[in-house]
Design a protein around this ligand. Sequence first.
Ligand SMILES: Nc1nc2c(c(=O)[nH]1)N[C@H]1C(S)=C(S)[C@@H](COP(=O)(O)O)O[C@H]1N2
Ligand SMILES: [Mo]
Length: 258
Amino acid sequence: MTSLLTRRRFLIGSTVAAGALAVGGYGILEQNPDVYAVLRSAEALTMGAQRMLLRHRPLAREFSAAEISPTFRVNGTQAPDSEEYAALHENGFADWKLKIGGLVNRPLEFSLADLKKLPSRTQITRHDCVEGWSAIGKWTGVPLGLVLQAAGLKPNARFAVFHCADELEKTLDGSGRYYESVDLIDAFHPQTILAYAMNDADLTVGHGAPLRLRVERQLGYKQAKYIMSIEIVESFGDLWGGKGGFWEDRGYEWYAGI
Ligand SMILES: Nc1nc2c(c(=O)[nH]1)N[C@H]1C(S)=C(S)[C@@H](COP(=O)(O)O)O[C@H]1N2
Ligand SMILES: [Mo]
């Protein structure tokens, strides 16, 4: 709890600093060209410290059914606005296929029905958004580790990248497309699932239909909705802004552990 609050303050602080940089056009960056190096080292410290602290407490807290929030806000994209997505939705996602590729031995495709036939995990967890709201929900899906094992990772595999259907902001080069990434520790964590159901019902469009990530030891923006494909990479440096995610490319930290 304390670490969460401290982290929020840190995040809020860094957002304000980034805002001031953008608005003023000069300031912190000129006064202290090392500000990003400092932020990066703070991030490394946090990641190292959390990895050490979490050694003996590897699971995110799970809650009881009675604690499920009566309302769970829809945030970010409410519905991808491409024709491709509309057509998939129209058809109950019968034509949607999750593609797994990149540094794998066997590129695979799974329909929603295929995924639902695999062993599943259900967990009731709290979602924490950096904007300062939280909600408890029940998620059911396939452990990500299972599908990665089925595909077989090549020796240089380091990260799983989730490519989403939505563009959160319209850009000419398409860089407004949502994407996210996690390392293999989080990818194979037992509470990391590709969720197709929320609170015992198929995912709604608002919450990421047909498939979204739940990576329970991370903040809200890592929980990619509308997943179309998963790409296994050695580095995400040459994808879009090179920081490993839509929000990361806009200044948020890549490691958003809670
Ligand atoms: N594809 C996609 N995934 C996304 C987002 C988004 O805009 N697009 N928003 C993120 C943020 S900031 C949060 S808090 C959660 C919100 O999930 P919810 O709409 O189910 O509450 O999704 C995350 N995943
Ligand atoms: Mo969020």
